[in-house]
Design a binder for this molecule. Structure first.
Ligand code: HEM
Length: 223
């Protein structure tokens, strides 16, 4: 397991393409309690001390599903041809989340309607995707990749605290996750090869917005 983890990490650290820049900007926006690579001060409770509730977690899952549905819809529609590269990557989460929500329903929980952070983010990325492909790709990268990194750690911790350790489908991928991620990194590098430096910078500048929206959705876990 350690060897795999190390290989996975060294893959992440260096692809020799634009994804390295996307990752580096994203890592700096983490707080120091979130990642050793983070440069921001912790605001509020450090995440390992979060006290999740089922109600809050359900809100988080519902809003996450809305956002993943929206991203997939945008990729399917492909207003810009490069979006089509990112269809059927194996990273898709909406179907898995639908299964998880069904499970919660069977357990007697009421599934809430989506709320502001997820609704706002969906509207935002949908509008953005029609006119600004460089910025949109930033949201695609951050939302999908964040979930495979910090999102997974958070999921484990929440499951241990409130779900008797049950592992949700949201945290399972069909196939080898590190390979799926690597395939998408290569596609991102390939697409960005045609971008000017200004277009790349514009994409990187969008990272902060993605962090803000995804951070607000994560915080639903505590509401
Ligand atoms: C990677 C933690 C929130 C985007 C990581 C890593 C950690 C982490 C530890 C490094 C994983 C590794 O390389 O082994 C967390 C925690 C968060 C959080 C604890 C919140 C409590 C976010 C948010 C975003 C984000 C809100 C933005 C949407 C990313 C990205 C990566 C990453 C893009 C790179 C993944 C990769 O290289 O494959 N996060 N994160 N994270 N995180 Fe976060």
């Amino acid at each position: 397991a350690t060897a795999t983890a190390t290989a996975e990490r060294s893959n992440k650290r260096c692809t020799g393409g634009f994804v390295d820049e996307m990752r580096s900007v994203a890592m700096k926006l983490h707080s120091k309690d979130q990642s050793k690579e983070g440069e921001k001060e912790t605001q509020g409770k450090p995440w390992p001390k979060w006290e999740p509730t089922i109600d809050g977690y359900l809100k988080f899952l519902v809003d996450s599903k809305l956002v993943y549905d929206t991203l997939d819809k945008i990729l399917d529609k492909a207003d810009f041809p490069e979006y089509a590269e990112f269809r059927n990557t194996g990273l898709e989460r909406a179907g898995k989340l639908a299964k998880d929500l069904k499970w919660f329903e069977e357990q007697g929980h009421v599934i809430p309607e989506p709320v502001a952070p997820g609704l706002d983010y969906s509207v935002y990325v949908e509008e953005l995707s029609k006119k600004d492909p460089h910025a949109f790709i930033c949201h695609f990268y951050n939302t999908y990749f964040a979930h495979t990194a910090g999102g997974r750690m958070i999921g484990k911790k929440v499951a241990a605290k409130i779900l008797n350790g049950k592992e949700l489908e949201f945290y399972k991928w069909d196939g080898d996750l590190s390979q799926l991620l690597q395939n998408v990194r290569e596609k991102l590098n390939m697409v960005a090869e045609n971008w000017t430096r200004d277009e790349k910078n514009h994409c990187l500048q969008e990272t902060e917005k993605s962090f803000k929206f995804n951070g607000d959705i994560l915080h639903l876990i505590l509401v």
